[in-house]
Design a protein around this ligand. Structure first.
Ligand code: MN
Ligand code: MN
Length: 454
């Protein structure tokens, strides 16, 4: 059985071209004009993208005495509806635990539940000889990207451990992403604020100023240079961090830069909202002043941002964000976003004329596929690759609302955002999983064993 997507405009990193696309046995079989198939899907007037990859999610994750609102089922269904055909979630080692345990727990949470394909990064929180040996097992099991934290007592590693980890990345051909905030300093800022009676959510950004990110980015990049290893900066949010990245690249370092839609579309203004509504936007790093957002846009337009991920980590306002009503340090950190990354960035970046559809394709599909070792089968419209395909109708404008989202969360930070176009159909390895904006197939996601970064 073959499926032919006819009359669409195919998007590649090289540009766009009108052609039909033939799917057979779950892979792309041909791309030229004049094709037909057993089934025909008309994509006239639409853009045809490779399936998008979200390289930064937290699903079914216990945090701060609660668990994220989205599990692997709701999160992956939301992802697929938004055009994301693969997500990579952060399995996280417990202090005192092993990487193997963490990988097993994350498989238990995800296997059999996912609507889109998935993989896991491994967050290393307890560095010792056994952990060092286990990194090799992880690479063999298809986990080729890792994470370390400079913040959060339960997660953070020190500089000596960071150096060791980076040296080991070189051994196994892995890449290390780092949450760059100086944890001990921001903890002190938070303690001081609370001691002075500053307990409202507007104190969340005030106790995580841009220097807290810039310092950690600078330290990480210098240690990566000493270890001669590539460095992946996760969720960049500041001009200060960006300056450190430019300096490191001038030194000749390989720096892979990730940012997220919220840092391009929202500013710290949201923390002025009354009635504790600011808590909806409590995420780390926090939303930033306009000047930081302007710097990120400049970087995006210059091609200095490699990938756009979501950092999807959803908590309901009622019952979860409210845990911090009397003390902002008890608000669980994170926001939903896995469903809306492609439409938000298409609207803000492509429809606005800042970048081309090809540029977006690079940041949402090609670069994450290369970085995270799935380029052999995903990330571009190429013959022989998985038929992960998004049909985007640029004329079907819509409005984002919590009421109409699949994300299992009682709000969205993009409430009322007017989108330029929307995702119409999605194919996952040839399975027609989203039809006219509706989920038609679920539970078809497969775990993807990943190679090394290309
Ligand atoms: Mn983080
Ligand atoms: Mn995160």
């Amino acid at each position: 059985m073959t499926t032919c997507i006819q009359n669409g405009t195919l998007v590649t990193s090289a540009g766009t071209r009108k052609a039909d696309l033939l799917i057979e046995d779950g892979v792309i079989r041909a791309m030229e004009t004049g094709l037909t198939g057993d089934q025909v899907v008309d994509a006239a007037g639409c853009l045809v993208f490779p399936g998008f990859i979200d390289g930064h999610t937290h699903l079914d994750m216990p945090v701060s005495g609660t668990v994220t609102a989205d599990d692997f089922q709701t999160g992956s269904e939301a992802a697929l509806l938004g055009g994301t055909t693969m997500l990579i979630d952060f399995a996280t080692q417990d202090k005192g635990g092993t990487l193997a345990d963490a990988l097993r727990v994350w498989h238990e949470r995800a296997d059999g539940k996912c609507a889109c394909d998935y993989g896991f990064h491994m967050a290393v929180t307890d560095w010792n000889e056994a952990t060092r040996r286990e990194l090799h097992d992880m690479a063999a099991a298809g986990v080729t990207s890792f994470k370390a934290y400079y913040a959060y007592d339960a997660l953070m590693v020190d500089d000596r451990e960071m150096y060791d980890l980076l040296c080991e990345m070189r051994e196994i051909g892995g890449i290390l992403g780092v949450h760059c905030e100086n944890g001990p300093v921001l903890d002190r800022l938070r303690e001081k604020a609370v001691a002075q009676g500053h307990t409202g959510p507007e104190w969340h950004p005030r106790t995580r100023p841009s220097l807290v990110e810039g310092e950690a980015v600078s330290r990480f990049l210098r240690i990566a240079a000493l270890a001669d290893a590539p460095a992946w900066i996760v969720h960049l949010s500041t001009a200060d961090g960006l300056r450190e990245i430019r300096t490191a690249r001038e030194r000749g370092q390989t720096v892979l830069v990730e940012s997220c839609p919220q840092y391009f579309t929202l500013t710290e203004e949201v923390y002025n909202k009354p009635d504790f509504e600011a808590a909806k936007y409590v995420c780390s790093p926090p939303l930033r002043p306009q000047a930081d957002q302007d710097a990120l846009w400049q970087a995006l337009e210059n091609g200095e941002i490699d990938i756009l991920s979501t950092d999807h980590c959803s908590f309901n306002f009622k019952g979860q964000k409210e845990m911090g009503r009397d003390d902002f340090t008890k608000i669980p950190n994170g926001m939903p976003g896995i469903e809306h990354r492609p439409t938000v960035m298409y609207t803000a970046a492509v429809a606005s004329g800042r970048i081309s559809a090809s540029d977006l394709c690079r940041m949402l599909a090609e670069n994450p596929a290369k970085m995270f070792g799935v380029w052999a089968r995903k990330g571009s419209l190429d013959i022989g690759k998985d038929a992960d395909i998004v049909i985007y109708d640029p004329k079907a404008d819509s409005t984002i609302s919590a009421q109409h989202q699949r994300q299992n969360c009682d709000y969205t930070p993009f409430e009322g955002f007017r989108t330029a176009g929307s995702v119409r159909d999605v194919f996952l390895r040839g399975i027609h999983a989203v039809k006219n904006g509706q989920l038609a197939q679920t539970g078809c996601g497969q775990y993807i064993v990943r190679d090394k970064m290309r």
